[in-house]
Design a protein around this ligand. Structure first.
Ligand SMILES: Cc1ncc(COP(=O)(O)O)c(C=O)c1O
Length: 413
């Protein structure tokens, strides 16, 4: 699918890169590993530093000015992040460390609330281990079954697979975008199927929230997990959004300070949400910086982010498909990729590809991408993965292509 001259011009231009200090300081780097972690703009780094320089105090615990300011900044960020994902109630936004912790929280607390012997959790075969192992664990503990939705030849979950969602299903947990294939699932349709049998729908938004507009009300899901570090914010801050009624009914995940109303020698009364799920000192600076990352993305507009990345994904897929020694793992239609494209260089191990590309400062990921069951299903043991963000441009893709030609020459003369 060839891009028009004006579309190519749009991704040849790059008004963003200069605002990302690491990229600005390293003009030679082609950073194509944003699915693993993104780079951060200066405004986000400044926001994190400003927290420590101007309001550093343990939020919630203090009644003095600094602590009150830190608390207010966290509350404002929580409300802002709620609006960003279309949630009307900021108390439904729980801060965690990352998507993995968010999904562990969901699995453990929901599992204890909903799962009994003979019940069923349904996930897809394209889940990251973070949306797979927590369900394996809780299913084993509760005597429940873990059932998989498989893909068709076009890398879609076909309607027939959704028939697996049945009367025994209590939880359906799926990724919105695959970190390996880059494809987007019809999460709204899956949530509707889950609700039709009275099940709860959890969505892994780690690879969608950074790249496309995501609105929990439109998706109709019950939970959404995502990581700050993949959406321009610092490492160590993540979110689990959940519907109030479910969060209120669920038992806590981590226990300790800040998550209680009162404690006696033999028991405790939990605090209202969100505090019930936020034991211990929170990453105040990270939360404020996540708010700044959301401001940055809103400043561009998620629709504009999506459109730029759509063009980049098409250019990337087309460029890879034009190389006769490359096999794309996933759809060859670039328009179906959100962020990530997996591929292999024929006869060359992905680790060798990545190491050789590194010599020309092209950063990609190689391995199983924490999705071993998917790779096994695809008869692959590992792949190369190039992934994009809004700060990429056509020159990054050209550099990848040149690098891959060098890889091929190293192994084939
Ligand atoms: C789809 C998906 N889910 C979950 C995760 C886990 O994210 P984190 O490492 O931030 O916990 C990732 C990370 O790559 C991912 O791509």
């Amino acid at each position: 699918m060839a891009l028009s001259p004006s579309e190519l011009d749009a991704i040849r231009e790059n008004p963003y890169r200069a605002g990302f200090p690491l990229l600005a300081a390293n003009p030679g780097i082609a950073y194509l590993d944003s699915a693993a972690t993104s780079q951060r703009p200066k405004s986000v780094l400044d926001a994190e530093m400003r927290f420590y320089e101007t309001m550093n105090a343990n939020a919630l615990r203090g009644l003095y000015r600094l602590s009150v300011e830190a608390t207010a900044a966290i509350d404002a960020a929580r409300a802002h992040i709620a609006r960003f994902i279309g949630a009307s109630d900021p108390a439904e936004v729980i801060f965690t460390r990352n998507t993995s912790e968010s999904l562990n929280l969901a699995a453990r607390s929901l599992g204890k609330l909903l799962l009994n012997e003979g019940d069923e959790v349904v996930i897809s075969i394209m889940e990251h281990h973070s949306n797979l192992i927590p369900w394996q664990q809780i299913c084993a503990e509760r005597g429940a079954t873990l059932t998989y939705l498989y893909l068709d030849d076009e890398y879609r979950i076909p309607a027939s697979e959704l028939d697996k969602i049945g009367p025994r299903t209590k939880i359906v947990s799926v990724t919105q975008v695959s970190n390996v294939l880059g494809v987007e699932n019809d999460v709204a349709g899956i949530a509707a199927r889950a609700h039709a049998v009275g099940a709860v729908c959890v969505v892994d938004g780690a690879q969608s929230v950074p790249h496309i507009p995501v609105d929990v009300a439109e998706l109709g899901c019950d939970f959404l997990a995502f990581s700050g570090h993949k959406m321009l914010a610092p490492m160590g801050i993540g979110v689990l959004w959940g519907k109030r009624a479910l969060l209120e009914a669920m038992p806590p995940f981590l226990t300790g300070g800040e998550m209680i109303d009162s404690v006696s020698e033999q028991g405790a009364v939990w605090a209202p949400i969100p505090a019930k799920f936020e034991a211990g000192t929170q990453d105040g600076a990270g939360i404020v910086a996540l708010g700044a990352a959301v401001s940055y993305l809103e400043g561009i507009g998620m629709a504009a982010v999506e459109e730029r990345e759509r063009l980049l994904a098409i250019a990337l897929t087309d460029a890879l498909a034009s190389l006769p020694f490359i096999d794309i793992v996933g759809p060859v239609d670039g328009a179906r990729h959100v962020g990530a494209v997996s591929f292999n260089v024929r006869g060359v191990h992905p680790h060798d590809v990545s190491s050789i590309l590194d010599m020309s400062e092209v950063c990609i990921r190689a391995g199983h991408h924490c999705a071993e069951p998917l790779l096994k299903r695809l008869s692959e043991s590992s792949t190369c993965r190039a992934s994009i963000a809004l700060y990429n441009d056509l020159s990054d893709i050209d550099r990848l292509v040149n690098g891959l030609e060098s890889v091929w020459k190293v192994f084939n003369g």
